[in-house]
Design a protein around this ligand. Sequence first.
Ligand code: PGA
Length: 265
Amino acid sequence: MFLVANWKMNMTRSLIDGYLDVLAGRPMSGLLERKRLSVALAAPHIYLDYVNREVHRRKLPVQIVAQDVSTRTSGAFTGEVGVPNLLDIGIKGSLIGHSERRRFFRETDEDVVAKTGLCLNGGVVPIICFGESRPDRENGVTLETLRSQLEPVCEEIVRAREEGIYTPFYLAYEPVWAIGSGVNAGLSDIQEVVTFVCEAFPWPDPPNCLYGGSVGLENIRELASSEFLSGFLVGSSWLDPNGLLNSAELLPQTERTAQEGVRFK
Ligand code: PGA
């Protein structure tokens, strides 16, 4: 399974040092090997280089990914960070289309497609977030919303494959109403969505789907018992490194190896 801790707009260098010290203080490699887990930390842009260096220095078995990337490659786009910038500092993965980007920064489905394409072309693994809002669910239009988010993303991935680009990708189902709310989606809802997503579009390879939205120690084991999830994208409860490691301890041993093929570096 693939575990991604989304730090969002949190952390300072000293908090990062403390976080990595906790990871280094526990026998992490053995745990990840035993449970067949990969771990990534999604850090704010300004800390990506720092965390990446510190992780290497401490020989920690974790990967560092960005939380977003520009729809542009380079040029006069003040404040933006492009795929070439990520690659320049050794970052090989990025969240794309997180609901907070869609909601607070008006990111559109078209932006998500453009970012996905640039990541694939550049060899940066996109972790593409999607999910319905509470009104979508209440109005019974969840699957329509997911279709409009993911159909063009799938077309972009197919286009890349046709051009001989084989950058792996992840999908992350994050129902907006479950993020930071303390209420996670139920297993049957998640299964319905993941099954729909896998079957509704002509993915060139079977998608590895993560779940995010109020995952924590109290529910991760049950969620992980499902056959259809490849991992988790977690905010609040993995801002504490012990939350991340204790969650990993709770995960069942798995024989599933598909996700292990994805290595960012
Ligand atoms: P949460 O956030 O775990 O705090 O609900 C998940 C996310 O936004 O990626």
